[in-house]
Ligand binder design. Structure first.
Ligand SMILES: NC(=O)c1ccc[n+]([C@@H]2O[C@H](COP(=O)([O-])OP(=O)(O)OC[C@H]3O[C@@H](n4cnc5c(N)ncnc54)[C@H](OP(=O)(O)O)[C@@H]3O)[C@@H](O)[C@H]2O)c1
Length: 348
């Protein structure tokens, strides 16, 4: 491992890859690590253009230009690669300490090992892997980053929905006790949906125009939560719908609690955790009359909308939690990267 600042590369420079780079700069380009290279299938003119202009998050806050094979940002020069397979990149020659894998096309340990064999010492994936055994750890920052010992090679940053739900479920399970959980994700459109109907995906509904319909899609959220909170295994169901908005999603969470409770108690637990303790800055709480676009560019993993908490029964709780599926998750990629690199360095 090199000395700080550590050298980080992005593989896949789409919605998440670009948000990670931009969040790195908006957070003040941490002294701990530098993003020194990015790899995507796109040409350099497109890389420059999509870095400078973004329909969702606005213009890049700083100077952007391409010089040869470099993307120059605020005086830094990042090497731009256009290589379709991880083994064709000489990560060792680039001196990379960590690859942030944001293409979404690699799902298995065998895929991850292709990066390692090409000289990348560590890979952080921007999605849950096919099975928990495909990585050395799946991390939801604020909940279990302490389990990183520094010797891991492949780590997953889970999903945006797992990052939103797990902190809330853990808090409420510890404070009140949870019997059964049912979650509906209401998610903005993504690049795996076409603008107009097209042959596109093994999930037939994802062949339909993203901007014409509310579209039920498959989700692995229940499995993702069970990986982080095994004490809830077998008691979670989830479904998801995509809606025709560009960004910001929410979870509609229904909980059967182990004892009687009230909306006031549920909100008190969640508001306190947002105000103090390890989830501060990751969890937020509001009772203002918001709409989804108010949370565009919000770095929290979850924003509980306390005005929407309902309790009936009195053991049936219904909650609404917002999240910027791009920006919140990209910030967690940076948090996990930073923490992992520091524990890996301390171990040496
Ligand atoms: N968007 C979200 O809200 C969100 C939130 C959390 C997690 N995620 C996860 O993050 C991953 C990426 O999602 P995204 O929304 O950022 O997707 P995206 O916008 O489609 O970005 C993926 C990028 O990777 C590129 N790419 C494809 N194959 C590649 C390869 N072999 N090598 C290098 N680059 C390659 C794509 O190029 P082409 O377009 O030319 O194929 C595209 O630019 C997915 O696993 C997704 O589930 C997404």
């Amino acid at each position: 491992m090199s000395n700080p600042p550590y050298r980080v590369a992005l593989n896949g420079y789409g919605r998440i890859g670009r948000c990670v780079l931009r969040a790195h700069y908006e957070r003040g380009a941490s002294a701990e690590f530098r993003i020194v290279a990015l790899n995507d299938l796109a040409d350099q003119a497109s890389v420059e253009y999509l870095t400078r202009f973004d329909s969702t998050h606005g213009r890049f806050p700083g100077a952007v230009r391409v010089e040869g094979d470099r993307l120059c940002l605020n005086g830094d020069a990042l090497q731009v690669l256009r290589v379709p397979t991880p083994e064709a990149v000489d990560w060792a020659a680039l001196g990379i300490d960590l690859v942030l894998e944001c293409s979404g096309v690699y799902h298995s340990r065998a895929d991850g090992e292709r990066f390692l064999r090409a000289g990348a010492p560590r890979v952080l994936f921007s999605q849950p892997m096919a099975s928990e055994h495909d990585v050395d750890a799946t991390i939801v920052y604020g909940v279990n980053q302490q389990r990183l010992a520094g010797d891991e090679k492949l780590v997953s940053n889970a999903s945006c929905t797992t990052n939103c739900s797990v902190p809330l479920l853990k808090l409420l399970n510890e404070a009140i006790g949870l019997e059964y959980i049912s979650i509906t994700t209401i998610h903005s459109a993504m690049n795996d949906q076409p603008v107009i109907d097209a042959y596109h995906h093994e999930d037939l509904r994802r062949t339909r125009s993203a901007f014409q319909s509310v579209i039920p899609v498959s989700t692995g959220l229940a499995r993702g939560i069970e990986r982080l909170l095994p004490e809830l295994s077998g008691r979670i169901q989830a479904k998801a719908v995509r809606v025709p908005t560009l960004n910001v999603s929410c979870l509609d969470i229904t909980l059967q609690t182990a004892r009687d409770t009230s909306a006031e108690e549920v909100n008190r637990v969640l508001r306190r955790a947002a105000e103090q303790g390890p989830l501060q800055g990751l969890l937020d709480y509001t009772e203002l009359p918001h709409a989804s676009c108010d949370f565009n560019h919000d770095p929290h993993s979850a924003i509980v909308d306390g005005s929407q908490t309902r309790v009936s029964g009195p053991r049936l709780v219904n909650l609404l939690a917002w999240f910027d599926n791009e920006w919140g998750f990209a910030n967690r990629m940076l948090d996990v990267a930073s923490h992992w690199l520091s524990v890996a360095a301390a171990r040496q």
